[in-house]
Write a protein that binds this ligand. Structure first.
Ligand SMILES: Nc1ncnc2c1ncn2[C@@H]1O[C@H](COP(=O)(O)OP(=O)(O)OP(=O)(O)O)[C@@H](O)[C@H]1O
Ligand SMILES: [Mg+2]
Length: 590
C-alpha cells in the first residue's frame, strides 16, 4: 500500500499543480488583457478626438470670412465668428485650446485666454508643423503641468501659409471615461524634470486640485480618477512597477493589480506613465477558493482511490487466505482419508482372516477330535469307519469353503463380449432349478425385442445365480421369484442402461441387516459365507454399473444390477461370440 500511496500522492500533486497553473494562467491572462484593453482604448480615444479636431479645423479653414479675418489679423472678427463655436466645442467635446498663430509663430488669438497674445509659440507640435509644413498632433506637456492632446495645422491660402491653427484638449476626461468603462482606476504620472514646481503649483491652483508634489521622488501626478491613492502605492512600489510594468499591492483589505503604460509626447519622448489600478480582490479570492477546491478534490480523490484499492486488496488477500486454508484443509483431509482407508483395509483384512480362520477352524477341530476318538477305538472297526466318515465330511466342508473362496477370487478375471441377455437369464434359471430343492416358481419379465449387452457372461451369470439363491433362501411360503430386465437410465450420471433385477416375496431385511449386506463375510445364515452379495457388487462395478437394493421386512426384497448400455473404453472388450460358445463355468457358481 505504501508505494501505491506515494504514486497516488505524486499523481494527485501533479494534477493539483497543473490545475492551479492553468487557473493562475487564466487569471494572469485576464489581467494582462484588461491592461492591454486600457492601453488600446486610450489610443483609440486619442485617435477619435484627433479626428474630431481635424474635422473642426477643416470646417473653419473652408470659411472665407474667417480666413480673411485671420489674414488681416482681425482679432475682433475672429472672436465674433468663432467665439460661439469654441464655447460649444469646450462644453460638448472637451476642447480646451484654440489658437490662431501667424506664420512667424507669433500668437494672434487664444480663444481660451483672449488677453494673452503676441507671444511666440515654441511648443513642439507648432514647430514641427512649421518645419514639416503639415498637420502634427500628439500629447504635450503644458507649462502648468497639464497633459494636452494638440493638433497644429498650417493654414494655406493661395499656396501660401498664412499661419497655423491649433486645437487642444486636456486628456483628463479620456481617463475618466476609460475608468468608468473598464472599472479601473487610472493615474497620469509625469517625470518631475519636465515640470517646474511653481508652474505645477499654479496649474493645481487653477484646476483647484490638491496634488502632492512630494509623494513620489521622480514622478508627479497630473491626473487621477480616484480621490484617494492606495496608501501602499509608495515610491518604492512605484519604482518597482515602472521597472517591471506590473505589480500587486494590498490596500485596506483589497488586492490591487497595477500596470504601467508608457506615455509618449508628440516627439515620441517618454514623458511619463499611465498607471492602471485594478481591484482583483474577487478574482484573487476566487483563485484562492480554486486552490482550496482543487486541493480538497485531489485529496479526497486520492483517499477514495486508496480506499478502493485497500478494500480490493483486502478482499483479494482474504480470498487468497481462504483458498490457501481450504487447500491446506483438503490436503489434511486427503491424508486423513488415506489413513482411514488403510485402517479400513487392515480391519477388513482382519475380519476376513478371522472369518476364514473361523470357517476352517470348526471342521479342523472336528477332524482332530474325531481322529483322537478313532485312535482310541481302533479296535472297533465299525466305529472307526463311522468316525472316518465324519472326518471326511469335515474335510469336504473345508474343501467346499476353499472352493467358494477360490470362486470369489476368480471374480477379478474380467472378459466381456456382446451377450444376448434373454439366453443368459434362461440359462441361469436352468442351472438354478437343478441346484435348488424347493422348486419355487421363477417368472421372467423380459423386453419384447432382444437385448444384447457387452458384458462378461460368466461373471454376470454368477451374480444372477447368487441373487436367485438369496431370493430362494428368503422365500418361506412359496411366493414366486421374478427376474426382470428393463431399460433404466442412470439419472445421476446421465448414462443410458439396463436394470437386471431379482424380486422375491420373502421375509425381507431389517435396516440393520440391509446396511451390512455388502460387507464380505457378513451373513445371517449358519452355513452362509457372506460372499454372495459382495460378489454381485463386484461384478456390477466391473461392468461400470451398480447394485440397487430395496427391501421391506415381511414383504420381500428387490435387488437390481444396473448395467450401462456400453462399457467405457477403459474396460477390456473381446470380439462378439454367443453365450453358448463360451466355456461352461456353471460349477463356478456358488
Ligand atoms: N433376498 C433376500 N432376502 C432377505 N435377505 C437377504 C436376501 N439376500 C440377501 N439377504 C441377506 O443378506 C445376507 C448376505 O447375503 P450373501 O448372499 O452375501 O451371503 P449369504 O447368502 O448369507 O451367504 P452365501 O451367499 O455365501 O451362501 C444374507 O445372510 C441375508 O441375511
Ligand atoms: Mg447368498
Amino acid at each position: 500500500m505504501a508505494p501505491l500511496a506515494v504514486v497516488l500522492a505524486i499523481i494527485m500533486g501533479v494534477f493539483a499543480a497543473a490545475a492551479l497553473w492553468v487557473e493562475a494562467d487564466i487569471r494572469d491572462q485576464d489581467i494582462a488583457e484588461r491592461t492591454a484593453a486600457v492601453e488600446k482604448l486610450f489610443l483609440q480615444k486619442l485617435d477619435k478626438d484627433t479626428n474630431l479636431m481635424i474635422a473642426t479645423m477643416r470646417t473653419m479653414m473652408t470659411n472665407p470670412s474667417i480666413e480673411r479675418a485671420f489674414h488681416q489679423l482681425d482679432r475682433p472678427t475672429l472672436a465674433r465668428q468663432l467665439g460661439p463655436l469654441f464655447a460649444s466645442l469646450r462644453d460638448k467635446h472637451h476642447i480646451t485650446h484654440l489658437y490662431f498663430t501667424g506664420p512667424d509663430l507669433i500668437n494672434l488669438y487664444r480663444f481660451h485666454s483672449p488677453d494673452e497674445f503676441g507671444d511666440e509659440i515654441d511648443r513642439l507640435t507648432t514647430i514641427k508643423a512649421r518645419d514639416n509644413q503639415d498637420a502634427v498632433h500628439g500629447l504635450e506637456l503644458g507649462a502648468l503641468g497639464t497633459l494636452t492632446l494638440r493638433l497644429v495645422m498650417p493654414w494655406r491660402s493661395d499656396s501660401r501659409v498664412i499661419g497655423y491653427l491649433e486645437i487642444g484638449e486636456e486628456i483628463e476626461h479620456l481617463i475618466s471615461e476609460i475608468s468608468e468603462g473598464l472599472a479601473v482606476d487610472m493615474l497620469v504620472l509625469v517625470d518631475k524634470r519636465l515640470v517646474s514646481l511653481q508652474q505645477w503649483q499654479r496649474g493645481q491652483a487653477l484646476m483647484k486640485r490638491e496634488g502632492n508634489w512630494e509623494r513620489f521622488a521622480s514622478q508627479v501626478t497630473l491626473a487621477q480618477t480616484t480621490d484617494r491613492l492606495p496608501a501602499a502605492l509608495d515610491d518604492l512600489t512605484l519604482q518597482r512597477l515602472l521597472a517591471g510594468r506590473t505589480a500587486e499591492i494590498d490596500d485596506r483589505g483589497r488586492s490591487l493589480h497595477l500596470a504601467a503604460v508608457p506615455l509618449r509626447d508628440a516627439g515620441q519622448r517618454h514623458i511619463g506613465d499611465l498607471v492602471v489600478i485594478r481591484d482583483i480582490t474577487t478574482l484573487k479570492s476566487t483563485f484562492n477558493w480554486s486552490i482550496v477546491a482543487v486541493t480538497t478534490i485531489s485529496l479526497l480523490s486520492a483517499i477514495g482511490v486508496l480506499g478502493v484499492f485497500y478494500l480490493a486488496l483486502d478482499r483479494v488477500e482474504r480470498d487468497y487466505r481462504r483458498q490457501h486454508d481450504l487447500e491446506h484443509q483438503l490436503l489434511r483431509y486427503n491424508a486423513e482419508y488415506g489413513r482411514i482407508l488403510q485402517l479400513e483395509k487392515l480391519s477388513a483384512l482382519g475380519t476376513m482372516v478371522g472369518s476364514i480362520a473361523h470357517q476352517l477352524n470348526n471342521p479342523l477341530v472336528g477332524v482332530v477330535n474325531l481322529a483322537q476318538l478313532a485312535e482310541r477305538g481302533v479296535d472297533d472297526p465299525v466305529r472307526t469307519r463311522e468316525l472316518l466318515g465324519e472326518i471326511r465330511s469335515a474335510g469336504e466342508d473345508c474343501r467346499t469353503f476353499v472352493k467358494r473362496m477360490l470362486a470369489f477370487s476368480k471374480v477379478s478375471c474380467f472378459e466381456s463380449k456382446p451377450t444376448p441377455m434373454a439366453a443368459l437369464i434362461e440359462d441361469t434359471v436352468l442351472l438354478f432349478r437343478q441346484t435348488e430343492n424347493k422348486q419355487l416358481p421363477v417368472e421372467l419379465e423380459l423386453p419384447d425385442e432382444p437385448v444384447v449387452l457387452t458384458i462378461d457372461p460368466i461373471l454376470l451369470r454368477h451374480a444372477l445365480f447368487n441373487l436367485l439363491v438369496n431370493a430362494a433362501q428368503a422365500t418361506t411360503d412359496g411366493g414366486a421369484i421374478v427376474i426382470s430386465l428393463a431399460r433404466e437410465d442412470d439419472a445421476a450420471r446421465n448414462v443410458p442402461g439396463w436394470s437386471l433385477a431379482v424380486r422375491d416375496h420373502g421375509r425381507g431385511m431389517p435396516p440393520e441387516v440391509l446396511e451390512k449386506i455388502f460387507v464380505p463375510f457378513y451373513t445371517t445364515h449358519s452355513d452362509g459365507t457372506g460372499l454372495g452379495l459382495p460378489v454381485v457388487q463386484h461384478v456390477a462395478l466391473l461392468h461400470d454399473g451398480q447394485v440397487n437394493v430395496s427391501s421391506e421386512p415381511g414383504r420381500g426384497t428387490r435387488i437390481a444390477i444396473w448395467l450401462p448400455d456400453s462399457l467405457p473404453s477403459s474396460l477390456p472388450n473381446t470380439p462378439p461370440s454367443s453365450l453358448h460358445d463360451s466355456p461352461d463355468h456353471k460349477h463356478d457358481a456358488a
